[in-house]
Structures are given as structure tokens and as C-alpha cells.
Design a protein around this ligand. Structure first.
Ligand code: GLP
Length: 233
């Protein structure tokens, strides 16, 4: 793992963007994208650049079950607001959390990832070490799946909803195996509340109880953290 400590999220976004530029020059065609606050500065740098993304396909990590794309808490809405409405891509894919047959949707998503192998995967990390919505205990062999969110994730996400009862209880997420199949992985994390997860990911044992720890076994991972998130390393 290549760990880069930055002053702030703006510097972190810029470093991730420079890495992306190099990979695009080297022929990267498919980006795996993440929601959450951590990648926002990186997305701003993509928007501000004059780089052409019209031949680039994006595949998002996850989506809540049950929220329509117009709901401002859906990940489709988030991606549109923070990136897609301002930068044209060849295609943008997210899981469809409104699919009537969620098992078929999971299979469709795996087929999509197989068809478009991910060159550059962007990740954030949950306070409990989850990546995408792969909660502690998820098998490392897991591909795309329907997830029951943990109480800690529901609680962490409740700040975005009127009441905790409005927070979706399920999501469709790429699995750990899907994430690990990406050629390059860039994980961004900022703030003291991520320090334990960053410690577990980097220094802890590789265990399904700390999903991000599997990244220790990938040969091209860049971790971009501020000092607060890196404090326990
Ligand atoms: C959610 C998302 C994750 C994200 C995490 C951290 O749980 N499913 O993909 O990494 O939140 O979000 P943030 O970057 O806002 O801390």
C-alpha cells in the first residue's frame, strides 16, 4: 500500500486526480466510483479539468434499495449532482435499487463489471472499515450482493435523513471480490472518525471483520489520508 498523507481534502483530491490522469494516459477506460463526502474534491477536479471523458465508462459501487433517483439521498442523485451533470462520460452505471427482481439486478451488475473490467477504483471507507457497503463479516470472495446494512452504518448515514427510520436498511453493493479485481485502487479518508478504520486497514490483520484490510493483498493501492485519519498509524 502506498500511503500518502495530505494537508486536507483539497490536496487529497488533487493527488487522486493526478493519478487518474496518468492512468487515463496509459489507457484506462473504466472507473469504479464511490459516493460519500471523501471523493467530492476529486470529482470537483475532474469537473474543473478540460480532460475528455467521453470514452470513459463509470461503474458505481453501490446504491440504496428503495430510493428513486430523484430522492436526494439516492446515490444516483449524488453522482448526478457531484459529477455526471457537469462532465460527460460514455456511460454511467449504478445498481438499480428499485429493481423489482433484486437478485436479477445483482446478476446484471456482475455481468456489467465482467464486461467492463475496472481500471481505476475510487473508495471511501466506513468507520467500521466497510468498503462500498461490504460490512464486517462479508466474505472476501463476495461479488455484487444485496446487503443488510449494520446499525452503525444506518446510524452514520442517518445524519442525511429526517429520521433514522427514513434511512434505507438495504443496499446493492459491489462485493469485495469485484473491488479487488480493479487494476488500481485509490482510497480516500479524512477526519479523526476514520482513524481506527485506517489503522485496521493498514496495520491490522487481514480479516473479514475489517473488510478494507484485504487491500493489503492488492498490488496497486494508494491510500490518501489527512493527518487526523492517519493519526493511529
Ligand atoms: C457510505 C458509502 C461508502 C463510503 C462511506 C464513507 O457508507 N456506502 O462507499 O465510503 O459511506 O462515506 P464518507 O466519505 O462520507 O465518510
Amino acid at each position: 500500500m502506498n500511503i500518502i498523507t495530505v494537508k486536507n481534502q483539497e490536496e487529497g483530491g488533487k493527488i487522486a486526480f493526478d493519478l487518474l490522469k496518468d492512468k487515463l494516459t496509459a489507457g484506462a477506460k473504466t472507473l469504479g466510483l464511490a459516493t460519500g463526502s471523501s471523493p467530492i474534491t476529486f470529482y470537483n477536479d475532474i469537473i474543473a479539468s478540460d480532460l475528455d471523458f467521453s470514452q470513459v465508462t463509470t461503474i458505481n459501487l453501490d446504491e440504496y434499495v428503495g430510493l428513486p433517483a430523484e430522492n436526494d439521498q439516492s446515490y444516483a442523485y449524488f453522482m448526478n449532482e457531484h459529477l455526471f451533470k457537469s462532465k460527460a462520460f460514455k456511460a454511467n452505471y449504478l445498481p438499480n435499487g428499485l429493481a423489482s427482481d433484486l437478485d436479477a439486478e445483482v446478476a446484471r451488475y456482475d455481468a456489467l463489471i465482467a464486461e467492463h473490467p475496472i481500471d481505476f477504483q475510487v473508495l471511501g471507507i466506513g468507520r467500521n472499515g466497510h468498503i462500498g457497503f461490504n460490512e464486517p463479516g462479508t466474505p472476501f470472495t463476495q461479488k455484487t450482493h444485496l446487503v443488510d446494512l449494520t446499525p452503525s452504518t444506518i446510524e452514520a448515514n442517518s445524519r442525511f435523513f429526517d429520521t433514522i427510520d427514513d434511512v434505507p436498511k438495504q443496499a446493492i453493493s459491489m462485493g469485495i471480490a469485484s473491488i479487488m479485481s480493479a487494476k488500481t485502487i485509490v482510497l480516500m479518508a479524512y477526519g479523526a472518525e476514520k482513524a481506527d478504520a485506517i489503522y485496521g486497514m493498514v496495520k491490522g490483520p487481514v480479516t473479514e471483520n475489517m473488510p478494507a484490510s484485504i487491500l493489503q493483498t492488492h498490488d496497486d493501492v494508494v491510500v490518501i489520508v489527512d493527518e487526523a485519519a492517519a493519526a493511529k498509524l
